[in-house]
Every structure is written in C-alpha cells, then in structure tokens.
Design a protein around this ligand. Structure first.
Ligand SMILES: Nc1ncnc2c1ncn2[C@@H]1O[C@H](COP(=O)(O)OP(=O)(O)OP(=O)(O)O)[C@@H](O)[C@H]1O
Length: 318
C-alpha cells in the first residue's frame, strides 16, 4: 500500500472545462516529489484537493489508506496531518514570528505549545528573529516562518505551492538546500509545486510533469531529459531545434558539435555569453533558426560554422 495515493482525480470548476483530468500518483513516506507545470496546468488545484481544501469531482486521496474527505463533507475542512504552504506566505502582519508559528496551536496547552514553537524556531534558525514582525524580515525568512507555522502541527505531509517565487536566485537556492535537509531530517513527505525546473531539480530527483490538467510524465530528470514524452516535457530542460526534413524530430543545443568545415552549414547571427558556454543563435540555409552551445567560445557573429550530432541524440515525438 502506498503512503499517499492520488487516485484518478478529476476536477472541473466550470462544466465541460477540466482543471484536472484523471490524475493518479503514488508517493512513498518521506519522499519529496516536484510537480512541474506551466501556469494553469492545475498544480495548485491538485494540492488543494490533496489537502482536503477543494472539492473534487471524482477520484480519491488516501493517506495511509484513510480517505481524505472533500471540504463539503467536513465541518472544518482540511487536516492537521497535511499542511499547505502558499507562495505569498499568508502571515499575520501584526503578530511576531513566534506568534505566527504558534497560531495553529491555540487549542494546545501552554507547555506543549512553548516547547513546540522553540523547537521549530531552532530547526529553522529563526530563534533570534522570534520577536520581529513579518515586515522586518527578508522574503526568505518570511517564507521560513510560513513553513514553521505549517510544521507546528507536526504534519506528515507538506504541500508547497510555488513557495520560492518571490525570492531572488541566491535566497531561493539557499532556502531550498536548507529545507531539503530539514525535510529529510524530519522524514516528512513533500509535494513541491513549481513552474521552475531548476528549483524542482534542486529540491528532488523525482519529477512529475503536468500540462493542461493532465499528468504527462513522471520519473527522474535523466529519464525525462533523454526521453521526453511531449514537446513541453522536452522543452522544460532546454531549447529543442527542429531537424529539417525529419518531422517532429529535434536535437538539443548541448548535443550539437561545432566545426569550421564539414557538416550542416549555418551562419552565426547572435552570440550570448553564459556562465559555461556561449549560446549561439544560428541560421540554417533553409532559414530555420537554431540554438547551439559553443563550449570553447570560438565563434563570432557573422562566422560560418558546420554542425554535427549523433543520431541517437535526436528526440522524436512520433
Ligand atoms: N476557483 C476557481 N474558479 C474557477 N476556475 C479556477 C479556479 N481555480 C483555478 N481555476 C482554473 O483551473 C485551472 C487550473 O488552475 P490552477 O491554479 O490549479 O493551475 P496552476 O498550475 O496552479 O497555475 P498557477 O501556476 O498559475 O497557479 C486554470 O484554468 C484556472 O483558471
């Protein structure tokens, strides 16, 4: 029996328009799964349904075999065991960090509450900020408070809905590393929703790709990179260059080799300096525009170059 089972979930907000279509996924205890998809693909809806905060039209959510009820079936929607953390923190602006984290524990006795809040402040490195108000903290620290508040109820499952979108690159990289280690330490099961593949890859090595309300592919990044099942899944990792005369067949910029003679003739029309290589925009003789990685940084705008690639690197969607 899988720990968290999402079984055939479908959801329509309006008749005839599916936000989710027959989504099924099994997650083992303590695993971290990244759900990646473009805006409107149904990621947030799925998280709210898993949390028991949104009614589904069909399908079931089971946590350790126990059915998660729709909000309409419950007096107080949602579950202490499953906590949802939002992108925009949802903190109480006039309450301190300590009060925000303690908020879900209002019903608990003071001794337990104080102990739990101290544990969380220490776990998240927030002890020295406990008397500050949210507006006195950085975005990353505010998101940590939101996660701390979610952890206060000792959940078994944490659902993160685009939690790093408002943070800059360095803040999000540091926070992801910190949370990854924290979740591992606590053995919590995590569903992490993002539209950013880099964030997803930093958090975990198990990906679920969603598009138009459907789960289109799941697996580890290597599998999806080398064998994407759709153009969208393929393009998440890099640009795909369409191969002339081979319909629905592409090659990645990183799989192209550049030569001064012999191969597919192209003209360099743009050059972009990136950290590990120059990204060239090139024009083929038939006018098609491709992207090519120039790892040796040896080509200039206006140069003619020649491309080769191995046939097994071609990606075909037939
Ligand atoms: N409360 C609602 N009422 C009506 N339609 C909704 C509601 N919430 C979401 N939708 C629609 O359902 C679809 C899926 O939305 P959802 O927010 O789940 O996607 P998402 O992948 O999380 O997108 P984003 O990353 O932009 O939040 C979209 O077409 C959206 O417009």
């Amino acid at each position: 029996m899988s720990y968290l089972k999402i079984d055939g979930i479908s959801k329509s907000y309006q008749e005839g328009i599916h936000a989710l279509k027959n989504i099924s996924l099994s997650v083992e205890k303590g695993n971290v799964v990244s759900l990646v998809g473009e805006s409107g693909s149904g990621k947030s809806t799925l998280l709210r349904i898993v949390a028991g905060l949104e009614n589904r039209n069909s399908g079931e959510i089971l946590l350790e075999g126990a059915r998660i009820q729709n909000p309409k079936e419950k007096l107080v929607p949602g579950y202490d065991e499953i906590q949802l953390v939002y992108q925009d923190y949802h903190l109480y602006p006039n309450s301190t960090v300590e009060e925000n984290i303690a908020r879900p524990l209002l019903q608990y006795d003071k001794q337990y509450k104080d102990k739990r809040v101290t544990t969380i402040l220490n776990l998240l490195g927030l002890a020295s900020f406990k008397d500050k108000l949210p507006r006195q903290l950085s975005g990353g620290q505010q998101q940590k408070v939101a996660i701390g508040r979610a952890l206060s109820l000792e959940p078994q499952v944490i659902l993160l809905d685009e939690p790093f979108s408002s943070l800059d690159t360095i803040q999000r990289r540091e926070l992801i590393a910190e949370l990854k280690s924290l979740f591992g330490q606590l053995g919590i099961t995590v569903l992490f929703v993002t539209h950013d593949l880099d964030d997803a890859l930093q958090m975990t090595d198990f990906l679920v790709i969603m598009q138009h309300g459907k789960l289109i592919q799941k697996g580890n990044p290597e599998q999806i990179f080398s064998n994407p099942k759709s153009l969208y899944a393929g393009k998440l990792f890099s640009h795909l260059n369409p191969i002339p005369d081979k319909p629905k067949t592409y090659v990645r910029p990183s799989d192209l080799h550049l030569y001064k003679s012999s191969g597919l003739s192209v003209k360099i029309i743009e050059r972009q300096y990136l950290v590990h290589y120059n990204l060239l925009t090139v024009r083929l003789n038939d006018g098609t525009v491709w992207k090519v990685e120039d790892k040796k940084r040896s080509f200039e705008i206006g140069d003619r170059a020649f491309l080769k690639w191995e046939e097994e690197k071609e990606i075909s969607f037939k």
